[in-house]
Structure formats: C-alpha cells, structure tokens
Design a binder for this molecule. Structure first.
Ligand code: LM2
Ligand code: CA
Length: 474
C-alpha cells in the first residue's frame, strides 16, 4: 500500500494545512490540476473537541468519526474529493486513531457531539473505558516500546487497537473515506501504535473506488507518521513493509546542510546510503506542520531563500515521494489558523501574482516551488547524473537529459560553464522567471552544441537556485 495512484503527468503532494474543503476544491481546479500537482494532504476530517482558543491542534483530538470540522461538512468533503479527482489531483486524509481527546470539562465537538472525557466515554462513536488503555499511563520513556504504544501521548486518551471492536470502528471510518474517493491516508502517531495492529487494520481496507478514475484492485496509499531520527527503541523499519513511512531525517539533513553545518557536495549519494528508507517507502518533506513550529533547526517559509533552495533540491531529486508544506502565517506554536471573530476558518484570497492573502502563506504558489513541481514531472523516470560540485556548497546535477539544476549554497557567486545534459537550445530558468507567451521573464540559459551552458547564481540575487528543463524552452 505504497502506490500513490497519481494521475499520469502529475507528481508532488501538497499539505493544505487547515484549508476548508470548498477552497481545496477550487484550488484543485484553478491551480493544482493545471500545474500538475499529484495530490493534497488534507487536515483531519473527523469531528474534534473544541478548544476555547481554537488552536490548530484541536483537530488532533477526535471526539467522534463524523465528518464535521471547521473545514466543512460531509457533503462538502465528498464534493471536494470528486472535484479534485476530476482535476487529476488525489486526496490523502490525515487520520487520527491512536487516541481520542485529552481531558476537558464539558467536552463538545465541532459537530455538536459531547463526551465524558474524564470517564473515557465517547458516545459519538461509541467508545467506553473498555476500548482504551486503561487505567492510563503517561508516555515518558522512548526506550520502552510498550510505554510509547500503550500509554498516553501528551494526555490524549489512548485507544487499544488490539481490540476487535476498536479495529472495526477504525476500519469503518477509513473505508467511508475510501468510498468517497480518497486515494489514501497519512496515519497520525503511527509510532504510538503496534505495527501488527496497523497491518491488520490496513489489510481490511477496501480497494479504491473505481468511480473516481482509479484502476481496479488499487489499494489505498498509506503513509505512517513515525518520527525516527535514530536513538529510540522504535524504528521506521518496523513499519515500512506494509506501507510508506514519513522520513523525518530528510528535512533534517537538508536543513542542516543549508544552515552551513555540512557541505552540500556530500549529497552526491543522497538516499538510502544516508540511512534513509528505500525510496519507494519514504514520504519526504523539508518541514511539516509540527517541525515548522516546534523544531528551530528545520527550514520553513520564514527563511525564504534557504527554504526555496531546500524545496527545489527536494523536487529536483528523484528520492522519495515529495510533500510540500503549505502554511498559514504564525508567530507562536499555538497561533490560530486564519479565522474570523467567531472562529470560522477564513478562505485564502488570491493576489494578481498568484500568491495568497488573508494570513495564508501558500508556499505551493511561490513560483520557485510550483515551477519545480513542473520540473519534477518533466524529469519523471530519470536518475541523477552528471553531478558537479565545487568541493563545497555549489552543486549541480542533471535528470537524464530532461532537466538540469544548480544550487549555490556558498557565500560567494557561482559562475561556471557546466554540462547541462539537455539538448542544445535556449531555456528559461524557471526559478527566476516564467515562460509567458514564449518569452522568459527571468534568466535565459543558452545551451550550446556540446550541451554546456554558462551558469550564474550571484550571491546577491533573490534565489540561490537555477533550473531548466525540457518543458520550458524559449
Ligand atoms: C501528531 N503526530 O503524531 C501530530 O502530528 C501532532 O500535531 C499532534 O500534536 C500529535 N501527534 C497528537 O495527534 C498536536 C500538538 C499538541 C497537542 C495535540 C493534541 O502538537 O501540542 O496537545 O495536537 O491537540 C495539546 C496541548 C497539550 C495537551 C494536549 C491534551 O498542547 O499541552 O496535553 O493537547 O489536552 C496536556
Ligand atoms: Ca497508542
């Protein structure tokens, strides 16, 4: 269950964090489909407890499996999936079934469901004390797998997925989403569940719904969130035989290098040789919704030049299934998503230059990023070849003869004549510009008969990347 079932000619997943279903449907039709994105990871669809200050993280506290959230209603969800699939863009749902809520007095959900959280009673499912690891214990020892999997993560009441009844509720919840036409799931807190239980649950999922342009017998894509930087008792390799796994080392290593702690030249053998999962098992990303606010070592939209270099490298490199983070602006960990005075989520506004307003960052709409999605599509099924580096932080490589990228991570200009692999001709650098009416609004790169070109990435320019591919010839 590692196949994404992207539509041919589409690649790259974007996490539209906290977006409303109706807005995602619009985005699929007006932007993601035309730009060749493969899919969207959407925020949790199950009803969550309302936390007074309405932080984003209330959505990680389920109160029932009904599809009522701040993102919309069940009908709006189904309509979004239908419209996105028609636009060639797949939907992957963030599913939270390791736990229910923490303790709240008079707990009430986004769909009106109530629960006695202190008594471990969730009539909306229904779950009772018997369905949880009870009496509760706290996760406090990451060297002990039983503690990590059978105790409570930050006080969230921990379901027992070894119970047949609990499995059945979870499987039904997931299969309803399959019926609606989703292509797969991001499994929250997978490290906190036993691999055997997950394997059993995933084996009971239906095949993808053929009414939504999936091949027959297609299995749902599964990516399990297992945070494994090494040094703990639980390993990502316990999970990757039956589904894909989030590869947290990916963004960590790239951020670390671009932050100046490890020369970029070492990325010549980037992939499994670095202790990463096999490529087809790995979901890769620079930042996610947790690391962007909780991990100061990870690059985010806030350091935009370095961040665009990181994302460009990720999208140019064939290793892994790439996911792009699309954020809302925030200052503090708890900061709300864009919302009105009574807590309704706001829609993004779209500026004339394609960027977003209303508090939404929309990294996926930055030219340097969406053009690298196109690059990734143009380079589909090719390898890294003709790697070049200056012995430090200036690197360049080809993808077959489909595309060429150069990155300047040094504190001085890159000025080099390099072998580009692409056929002779005039190319538009898709980082500094767009190809509009056969004219390039950015740097133009002339590839000579020997497939060489003069490449320049001065330190003082907006971007530290240059990229050309066969889909953007002037
Ligand atoms: C995840 N992956 O395994 C999510 O990616 C992550 O965003 C979730 O944490 C976490 N697991 C649980 O699903 C977030 C947030 C936490 C927050 C929880 C639950 O990072 O801070 O915890 O969601 O909403 C909050 C409070 C915490 C409190 C807890 C229970 O911050 O202080 O603990 O609720 O009430 C007493
Ligand atoms: Ca657990």
């Amino acid at each position: 269950q590692k196949e994404l079932h992207y539509v041919p000619g589409h690649d790259g997943m974007v996490h539209l964090f906290e977006w409303k279903w109706h807005d995602i449907a619009d985005e699929c039709e007006r932007f993601l489909g035309p730009m060749g994105f493969g899919g969207v990871q959407v925020s949790p669809i199950q009803e969550n407890v309302i936390v007074g200050s309405r932080p984003w993280w209330e959505r990680y506290q389920p109160i029932s499996y009904k599809w009522y959230t701040r993102s919309g209603t069940p009908d709006e969800f189904r309509e979004m999936v239908r419209r996105c699939n028609n636009a060639g863009v797949r939907i992957y749902v963030d599913v939270v079934f390791n736990h229910m809520t923490g303790d709240h007095d008079n707990a009430k959900g986004t769909g009106g469901t109530t629960a006695d959280t202190h008594g471990f009673s969730y009539p909306g499912v229904p779950y009772s004390q018997y369905d949880f690891h009870y009496p509760p214990c706290a996760i406090n020892n990451y060297q002990d797998p039983a503690n990590v999997r059978n105790c409570e993560l930050v006080g969230l009441h921990d379901l027992d997925q070894s119970k047949e009844y609990v499995r059945e509720k979870i499987v039904n919840f997931l299969n309803e989403a399959v019926d609606a036409g989703v292509a797969g799931f991001r499994v929250d807190a997978a490290k906190h569940m036993w691999p055997e239980d997950l394997k059993t649950i995933f084996s009971r999922l239906k095949n993808l719904n053929p009414e939504h342009h999936f091949p027959s017998d297609a299995r749902p894509y599964i990516v399990q969130e297992v945070i494994d930087y090494g040094g703990e008792a639980i390993s990502k390799y316990e999970y990757n035989s039956f589904g894909a796994v989030t590869e947290f080392r990916y963004g960590m290593e790239i951020s670390n290098s671009l932050n100046g702690n490890n020369p970029l030249k070492w990325f010549v053998n980037w992939g499994e040789a670095w202790g990463l999962l096999p490529s087809q098992d790995a979901l890769v990303f620079i930042d996610n919704h947790d690391t962007q606010r909780g991990n100061p070592n990870i690059l985010t939209y806030k350091s935009s030049k370095l961040y665009k270099m990181a994302v460009a490298f990720m999208l140019a490199h064939p290793y892994g299934t790439a996911r792009i983070m699309s954020s809302f602006k925030f200052d503090t960990f708890d900061a709300n998503p864009p919302q009105d005075s009574v807590g309704n989520l706001l829609s993004p506004t779209i500026n004339p230059d394609d960027t977003c307003g209303n508090g939404w960052v929309c990294e996926h709409r930055w030219r340097q990023i969406y053009n690298m999605v196109r690059f990734r599509n143009a380079a589909n099924n090719t390898d890294v070849n003709n790697w070049w580096d200056n012995g430090q932080n200036q690197i360049a490589f080809c993808r077959g003869n489909a595309g060429f990228i150069a990155i300047n991570g040094d504190k001085y200009d890159l000025k080099q004549t390099l072998f580009t692999c692409v056929e002779p001709g005039t190319y538009c650098d898709v980082i500094s510009g767009n190809l509009e009416n056969n004219k390039c609004t950015g740097k133009v790169v002339t590839v000579d008969q020997d497939r060489k070109a003069y490449i320049e990435i001065p330190l003082n320019q907006e971007d530290g990347v240059l990229a050309i591919h066969r889909g953007a010839k002037v």
